[in-house]
Design a protein around this ligand. Sequence first.
Ligand SMILES: C[S@@+](CC[C@H](N)C(=O)[O-])C[C@H]1O[C@@H](n2cnc3c(N)ncnc32)[C@H](O)[C@@H]1O
Length: 257
Amino acid sequence: MVEQSEVVRQNREYWERLAPHRLGEPVRFFLEGGSALTDPELALLGDVRGRRVLHLACSVGDEAVTFAQRGATVTAVDIAPSHLATARSKAAAVGVDVDFVEQDMMTLDPSITGFDVIYISWGGLCWVPDLTSWTHSIADRLNPGGTLLISEHHPLWEVLTVRGDNTLSITTDYFGTPRDGYTDPLKAPQITQHLGTPDLPHRSYVHNLGAIVTATLTAGLTLTSLQELPHPESYPALGPQSTQLPATYHLTATRPT
Ligand SMILES: C[S@@+](CC[C@H](N)C(=O)[O-])C[C@H]1O[C@@H](n2cnc3c(N)ncnc32)[C@H](O)[C@@H]1O
């Protein structure tokens, strides 16, 4: 088993390399009223004004900025300093205050606690090597009544590759082995599809839905919703049947009062 510090070192290098190419939404998007949080996410969270939000694996901070624009007090964590630098300058240009902190979400500082919402999304959870220790650590940092929201690519999407015209093949193990690189380039961060250079080594993980729900429950959280959603663009070439498979999911869980 590879040490967590080595996983983080490799993954930090990988994300640092992508940093010049991955800037997220422009400042103008936020100033013109754009939201990096989707409608289903906003519906699940309700009004976040005055709430303390922790955004994990925040990358360039788009969702953190949206939370802040909506009146939340936001702390956002990532391991990649260049992504955090982009996030800080974006927040400053938009005119919101976000505390961007360079940390590994598996070994968060004890001072990072007392949140009403903990949020992770779209390619964040796949960097967690050990779901159970992660959910335990997260549960402890939620205030009683606080909500964990995970918005992610569906693990079924992670393992299925579309070869064209309603032909699917399996390229990763649904039951979860670490991935040393991506076997299907469509599952890699979008920007890597245009770089034309080989990937640096990195290590990510597929977590099946059963494992995610179980880790949430064993951490003492109450599962409040689990929505699986289609997203046709995630299965290009499947045509009309692209809506018949789950592509994303949202899970919410609360810390009992
Ligand atoms: C695809 S992005 C996260 C998704 C974000 N919602 C977005 O689309 O920008 C993945 C991020 O996870 C970060 N990351 C990877 N491992 C991490 C860890 N152990 N702790 C915190 N952040 C991590 C990477 O640095 C990268 O910025």
